[in-house]
Write a protein of this length. Sequence first.
Length: 588
Amino acid sequence: MSEGGSKPRVGELLVADGAITESQLTRALTEQRSSGQMLGEMLVTQGVISQQTLVRALSKCLGTRCVTLRHGLIDPALLSLVGEEEAERLHAIPMFKVRDTLTVAMAEPQSLPTIDRLRQLTKCRKIRPVLALEANIREYVKKYAGGNVDVDAFLTSLAEQDVEVVERESVDEGPATDLDKLVAGSPIVNLVNVALLTAVKDRGSDIHIEPDKRGTRIRYRKDGMLRDLMKPPQGMHAAIVSRVKVIGRMDIAEKRMPQEGRVRIVAEGREIDLRVSSMPTLLGEKIVIRILDKQNLKVRLEELGFDPDAMKRFKGVLKQPHGLVLVTGPTGSGKTTTLYSALDLLRSPEVNILTVEDPVEYQLDGVNQIQVQDQIGLGFARALRSILRQDPDIIMVGEIRDEETARVAVQAALTGHGVLATLHTNDAVGAVARLLDMHVEPYLLSSALNGVVAQRLARTICAACRTKYYPTPEVLADAGLASMVGRPFQKGGGCPQCHDSGFQGRLGVYEVVEITEHMRRLVHNRGSSQMLRDQATRDGAMSLRQSGVQLALAGKTSLEEVLRVTRTDDAETDSPVAAAVAPKKEAA
């Protein structure tokens, strides 16, 4: 430190921080006297220290905030307030504006005449100076004045769009991180806010932020389909990823390994949970944000799309005092929502309900929810065994993934507990074969299993562009309706309201199989899937394809959509579907 209590010099600070040695400083001071160049700039030019190291040292000397400029921290539209010539003369560039406060990167942030001139030029009441290297400022003045960065116009007019992060952990104070608190109005923050708000308003479920050779591609998933949201220009991808990582409380320095984060935000006046996942790819990191909006959660069974007969069957299965109930289907088919709806029907002050989930997607009142944490050894099976000592009445298992979990779930169902779980199979009877493959004994499974629900999600026709159409004979044949050629069906023609897709929203397509005495005998004797399927049909259950065709006949979705979401199932012949949709004759 210098004598007399004066501020430290840059060279002294660099030595104190370990950036350079005493001998390097002595040599640099000797060279500086002969060249007349600034000490710090000379060390950067020689490659002894980085720009970031120098700007941090200068920040400590001057007692001010610092920044290393990059794309995304600067709103290009603000440069016109100052002009290229004046920005170069003042060694200053406007970064971003929040209401009446303009943050400006300056080579001399302590210069009051420069601040007064910027206030005069920009008409901003308050100028907030931030230290940046002169060469760094010149670089970005040239880039933005020359139009090298074509940022979408809307990024400069979205300061009023607000996404507030709640339950956020504090960051360490210091010259390098203190700037994070100032970027509330920067273009990158605005861009991320707009992506989140657009997806939330449009009831999207996921946002994909992907690196591209020409910049960044941002898409979001609505009604099961991905659609383009925006395409920011080159040079902004790293800044966008960093912003999302900051929101998700992830390590912004770790770019080689996948990461996961979770945070709660306030958007559209309500709290929304976000699950963030990062993945390194060849072109950079890809980010996926899962949006968990309670407003989109339908917890009443009547709102999910069950037809009256399937609803009656499902409720009958759920009301049994103990036993195993399975919900099957591919990822994204709404299995968890169905289980939450079942818990909503069953919960009461007299019942102790516990769940094991990975992760907990929505918090339910009156339900004790446990999140799987594989990193500490708390998997489904271990959590399930511990739950059995918590005096449960009803247990929900987020997913049966392995033999151990399957065995514990079946044992719990046999010992007087109600157990709800999900499983990945194509149809309801396939769940039996899957559990037998997991070495669950047939005699135990036949006693424990009460029912299986298979489901898909089909897009519903947009009410604003609903129109009649006549499916081709091939489509009718695939749907088992070959005899209905010439009958009009409903579909969406496409309009701005549904983004020209013809669909708006989704509803469930369900196959509900009760385990009757005949079915129990078949399971006990390891009956084939086809034998189980035939018995389910005799017991009155409709297949997924048949249930979907019923929805198309009712004008809720199109036949093509039904065929799309049930295409993994065995193709139906004409007779079963025709029989299912034909008017039922009274028994003689």
